[in-house]
Design a protein around this ligand. Sequence first.
Ligand code: SF4
Ligand code: SF4
Length: 126
Amino acid sequence: MSAPSRDFGSPGNRDVVLEPSVFYVCQRCTKCCKWPGDVRIGEDEIAPIAAFLGLTESEFIGRFTRLRSNRQGLSLIEKDNHECVMLDGDVCRIHPVKPEQCAGFPNKWNFPGWRRVCEAIPVPLE
Ligand code: SF4
Ligand code: SF4
């Protein structure tokens, strides 16, 4: 299974294919935590994540974020192997307050070919 290219995995992607009659249930395979690229942090997501980690907002920003590739906002940093800095084994350290980008994939945004790289199981909605 090939990894997506560097410009995959963005909520800003215009080629999203959403299926209103299906909900994809995440299997926590963590593949989407290992793709290269930005993990966007919204302005309103900084405080809850910092608080969850027991850090001040400044500490959180300084230790765990960088400018996004388009320099318009913050992203979580990644490890040398491209895993998200918040991935600890197969667990997200900030799962209860994880960014909307993470919580929204693949049901609220996705990209062409996403089914090839995500193990989420489709469940028909009533
Ligand atoms: S959304 Fe898909 S790729 Fe991400 S952890 Fe869940 S099943 Fe895996
Ligand atoms: S914040 Fe959590 S869910 Fe989002 S990419 Fe990082 S480890 Fe994965």
